[in-house]
Write a protein that binds this ligand. Structure first.
Ligand SMILES: C[S@@+](CC[C@H](N)C(=O)[O-])C[C@H]1O[C@@H](n2cnc3c(N)ncnc32)[C@H](O)[C@@H]1O
Length: 255
């Protein structure tokens, strides 16, 4: 991974090493991971993507490849990349020979993409933005999207107090350079794009994750969580400014 900027190079090396270790050795995850805590927001983003048949889709930070597999199954011609070679190994395994033909995989940083300008109809990324040197990565996104192309990113936010505390208590799950997204910074970061909008998720619904720590709580999780998501939608639709206290946002960006 050769970069002209030594500090970016060092940062990318650290990210690659951290994620290689995570995907290679596996990581001891906290109990609430058993609830698949981010599945809800992932499904909302997937529903937004529309008909992908015949569309050229770029996936950012594919990790273990479960989104890559969904995109391929939805009929997209997928180009997926990640900075971690181990992630790409996992993605290859998840795709299997049947879907591999529809996916082009690459080890590369989002800050310097190898794709030609105006290549993609759509870009998709889940929990990747906070790992990136955003000004550089967004300039690359702008370059590789076709005119009118759209990007969707689902991203944890910096401003939820419970998550801020959790992050402080669990430094072992974070890389040294990651920086969660602040919604207020989006207008400046995305000024080169023609427009963007965002929608937030998990205000009270975060509370449902505590059930993972209560005996018998996992059985109650699905219905409790569904109810809280309904409450959140009602509040967030009426008062979008509450979004800064949410855990996740889905950002839609149009070139
Ligand atoms: C939190 S994981 C999310 C993975 C996957 N999207 C998912 O939801 O399971 C972040 C991913 O971003 C990758 N990553 C970190 N920095 C990157 C960069 N600068 N360019 C490309 N990928 C990067 C990591 O290797 C890791 O796989």
């Amino acid at each position: 991974m050769t970069q002209s900027d030594p500090s970016l190079s060092a940062r990318l090396e650290r990210e690659a090493r951290f994620h290689d270790a995570k995907y290679g050795e596996g990581e001891k995850t906290p109990r609430h991971y058993a609830t698949a805590p981010t599945q809800y927001v992932y499904e909302r983003m997937r529903d937004m993507l529309g008909d992908l048949r015949g569309r050229r889709v770029l996936e950012y930070g594919c990790g273990e490849g479960w989104i890559t597999r969904d995109l391929a199954r939805m009929g997209a011609a997928v180009s997926a990349f990640d900075i971690s070679p181990q992630a790409l190994e996992k993605t290859r395994d998840v795709l299997g020979p049947e879907l591999a033909g529809r996916c082009q995989l690459g080890v590369m940083p989002a800050e310097t993409l190898v794709y030609p300008a105006d290549s993609f109809d759509l870009a998709v990324g889940f929990a990747i933005i906070h790992h990136l040197d955003l000004p550089r990565a967004l300039a690359e996104l702008h370059r590789v999207l076709k005119p009118g192309g759209v990007a969707y990113f689902a991203e944890p936010l910096a401003t939820n107090p419970a998550i801020q505390l959790y992050r402080r208590l669990t430094p072992q799950f974070r890389t040294a350079d990651e920086r969660p997204l602040v919604l207020a910074e989006l207008p400046q970061l995305l000024s080169a794009f023609s427009r963007f909008e965002h929608r937030e998720y998990y205000l009270t619904a975060l509370g449902a994750l505590l059930l993972a720590y209560v005996p018998g709580g996992m059985r109650l999780f699905p219905s409790f969580s569904r109810t809280l998501h309904r409450v959140d939608r009602a509040w967030l639709d009426r008062m979008p400014s509450l979004g800064r206290w949410a855990w996740y946002s889905i950002i839609r960006i149009v070139k």
